[in-house]
Unconditional design. Structure first.
Lengths: 702, 67
């Protein structure tokens, strides 16, 4: 019986409160995945219904109509129309913003016309009441032929009633709003027979948008083309007429069910805030202040927990090093695995803070204003106002950011956004930045309040952003495609963010990071430890003898000798040999072979840098030192000065700002652009940019 | 139209865009209010169907209005 678990899809307009409903229904029992074959994020989870069964809830991207405007929206149409898909829902819950019932009902009537069992959840009923509006919900339910449940997703009221409604069998609405035009009856009939569909409107959708339905094979597509030709029909025809027809029906319906209309025809409450937030001076000033606060808080708030995590892992390593017998396995644990795990956990504070801010901006409705403010500027650079969301999320991680470009419907603008997003400094660069900035920028305050280190950090982020914009500008002229670009975006009413939604976002994103990126980092840490602990040939085997001969006339303490042996071993290990191999190439940038090892391992993922540094420098040093201390003590054997001089550190910072060092990003760009052309171009461009800029920085500073 | 003014939508001059505008609730006969423009004069914010919609000037230009 458990095989037939009820599948419920949540569908609704953007900003209708769908995520809140989803969180209420599933709690922490949710998982993030991708829809098969595409990278649109799929949120699903289990919900325990009052009848004791578990239902699978799938949160679908927000849409205004079944006719998709972007790739993101297309997935909804596809899932609702593909009966063979394992995701095809048994029941659809349409979440409607009751303060904008008319627009929400457009989508609802399309879905009921498809013949899918539907429940309508009217959200934000509190706001409706406050606006002085009231509806006869009983009549609405009767007229639509489906259950209608009033809810307030912010407070969680009505959720139990919604659960009750979905645990009962829901009948398909017997009312059909939009009837197929008589001329097309025969066409629809032949499509129904060919694809074995049991509903006219569903067949009509096949004719309307064969391009959206990726599950059709070539033969099916040709069939639809032929039917279209025979009956003088083409995809897109009558879509406007359909919308008008539906709105006419909805208006008549609303006239009947509205008991009391709004006192004021126009919303007033948001305009005062918008006067300030989209003001020509204050609007931008506030936007930059918001960005500034984000960066300062990442640096200020995350520093303490990160230090604690760093120290804790150093302590754990030391502890195991003491209690376990000295063996290869112990060293793998204390020098490879534990520092490796530490290198993952250390990001958690920063990622949590960053995602908290991004969720906050999205939830409050401010993000849409940022798009509105930036659209004209972004267009000058060949981007779209909507590019600002991927670019800002790129500060967290390029992977979800590149996935977020699916909301941009213009191909050229989307490609440019994908191309430049990895230049935005992601959170994986943050640990590299943090550690190097802390190493060379004094811990002082300017004007009493601005941390100099925080300012340096913000400078690095700005550098990445400027590079992204200039690259976009160049690409605007290089990529020649003429396709129309649209904005058309709702400016949602400002509202207080719902803290639990932000909490869910933080938990989700951090969990995904720790599990997904963590696997790579841990694996690389172990491989690296092996490469650094073993080496070919006689020099590695007999390191101690070689050191004894070399330093015969030095009066070394036992500890000094041990350190020299360890350093000698590292130099002649596999990792040392690889690092030395690339040293000639990176020497002009101010890097030695140890940094070279870190650069190579960083290609898998940048954050591995810190772990690599930890592994390389932990070999042969005290277990309880932190990574920063070890790096500070590292000496350049040529000059006798510290290895990390300002010139080297800044060169390295610039290198990490520009270089494409992330296999996962390349993989996601490959998937999103469906080919190797874009990811390879991106890799070549960013590597060249990083090398040249680093070279310039090092030569100028040293 | 100037910010703050209200007009009635009479039709559209662009076939493809009109479907999107219709779906977003810009219906012929519906009142529309021009709220404000973005700082650089583009895009603009209008109220229609009781909510706020932002669109570019060139998109807004395809909406014909009655005064």
């Amino acid at each position: 019986m458990s095989a037939a678990r009820l599948k419920i899809a949540l569908v609704g307009n953007p900003n209708s409160g769908k995520s809140s409903v989803f969180n209420h229904l599933t709690g922490l029992n949710q998982k993030i995945g991708n829809f098969p074959g595409v990278t649109v994020e799929k949120r699903s989870g289990l919900s325990l219904l009052p009848n004791g069964t578990n239902a699978e809830i799938i949160d679908l991207p927000g849409i205004y109509s079944l006719y998709p405007r972007s790739l993101d929206e297309r997935i909804v149409t596809e899932i609702l129309l593909d009966h063979a898909s394992p995701l095809c829902p048994d029941l659809v819950v349409v979440i409607a913003d009751a303060t904008n019932l008319k627009r929400s009902l457009l989508l609802l009537t399309q879905i009921t016309d498809l013949g899918l069992p539907t429940v309508l959840a009217l959200n934000m009923m509190d706001l409706v009441a406050r606006a002085g509006i009231s509806y006869d919900l009983h009549m609405l339910s009767n007229e639509l032929g489906i259950p209608v449940i009033p809810i307030n997703a912010r407070k969680g009221s009505g959720i139990e009633e919604l659960k009750n409604a979905i645990s009962k069998p829901v009948e398909v609405s017997s009312k059909s709003v939009f009837n197929i035009y008589p001329d097309l009856k025969l066409a629809v009939q032949s499509v129904r027979e060919r694809f074995q569909l049991d509903n006219d409107y569903e067949a009509y959708q096949f004719l309307q948008q064969p391009g959206s339905l990726k599950f059709l094979n070539d033969e099916g597509r040709t069939f639809l083309d032929n039917v279209g030709n025979t009956y003088d029909f083409f995809p897109g025809k009558f879509q406007g007429a359909e919308a008008i027809h539906r709105y006419t029906f909805i208006q008549t319906l609303l006239d009947r069910v509205t008991l009391k209309a709004a006192d004021l025809p126009w919303k007033k409450h948001t305009s005062a805030l918008d006067k300030v937030l989209t003001h020509k001076v204050w609007g931008y000033a506030i936007f930059f202040a918001v960005l500034f606060v984000i960066f300062q808080s990442i640096f200020a708030w995350a520093a303490v927990p990160m230090d604690l995590i760093d120290k804790a892992f150093a302590g754990i390593s030391y502890y195991f090093g003491q209690i376990l017998p000295d063996s290869m396995l112990t060293r793998l644990l204390t020098e490879g695995i534990i520092p490796g795990i530490g290198g993952i956990i250390i990001f958690v504070p920063q990622i949590a803070i960053l995602f908290a801010f991004i969720a906050l901006l999205e939830e409050s409705g401010y993000m849409a204003r940022v798009v509105f403010l930036m659209d004209k500027i972004m267009r000058k650079f060949g981007l779209n106002g909507k590019s600002i969301v991927p670019l800002m999320s790129g500060v967290a991680c390029a992977i979800p950011a590149i996935m977020a470009t699916r909301t941009i419907d213009n191909w050229k603008e989307r490609m440019i956004t994908i191309f430049v997003t990895p230049l935005m400094s992601c959170s994986a660069r943050l640990p590299v930045f943090t550690i190097l900035v802390a190493l060379v920028v004094p811990d002082k305050f300017v004007l009493g309040i601005f941390s100099l280190q925080g300012l340096a950090l913000m400078g690095l982020y700005l550098l990445g952003f400027v590079a992204a914009m200039l690259t976009a500008l160049v690409m605007k002229y290089l990529v020649r495609v003429n396709e129309r670009s649209f904005l058309l975006m709702e400016l949602p009413a400002y509202r207080w963010p719902k803290w639990s939604n932000i909490g869910y976002t933080i938990v989700e994103k951090t969990k995904t990071f720790v599990l997904e990126a963590g696997k790579v980092i841990l694996a690389i840490s172990i491989v690296l430890w092996v490469l650094a602990s073993y080496g070919p040939g006689e020099k590695f085997e007999n390191a101690r003898e070689h050191v004894l001969i070399e330093s015969a006339n030095l009066r070394l303490t036992e500890e000094g000798l041990e350190n020299r042996v360890a350093a000698y071993k590292l130099e002649h290990s596999y990792a040392g040999i690889i690092g030395k191999g690339i040293e000639p190439v990176i020497r002009p940038l101010g890097f030695d072979w140890k940094i070279g090892i870190a650069l190579i391992t960083s290609f898998a993922a940048r954050e591995v840098f810190v772990g690599t540094m930890a592994t390389i420098y932990s070999i042969g040093s005290d277990d309880d030192q932190t990574i920063k201390d070890r790096m500070r003590e590292e000496v350049n054997p040529d000059t006798g000065e510290p290895r990390f001089t300002p010139a080297t550190a800044f060169s390295l910072l610039v290198f990490y700002t520009f270089a494409m060092q992330c296999m996962s990003t390349l993989a996601i760009v490959y998937r999103e652009t469906k080919g190797w052309k874009w990811p390879l171009l991106q890799l070549a461009y960013m590597s060249a940019l990083a090398y040249i800029s680093s070279f310039a920085v090092f030569q100028l500073l040293s | 139209m100037k910010p703050g003014e209200i007009a009635i939508i009479s039709g559209f001059s662009d076939e493809i865009l009109s479907v999107k505008l219709l779906e977003m609730g810009c219906l012929p006969g519906a009142p529309v209010r021009f709220n404000f423009t973005a700082p650089l004069g583009d895009p603009i914010c209008i109220s229609v169907l009781g909510y706020e919609l932002s669109l570019r000037l060139e998109e807004a230009a395809t909406i014909s209005i009655l005064n």
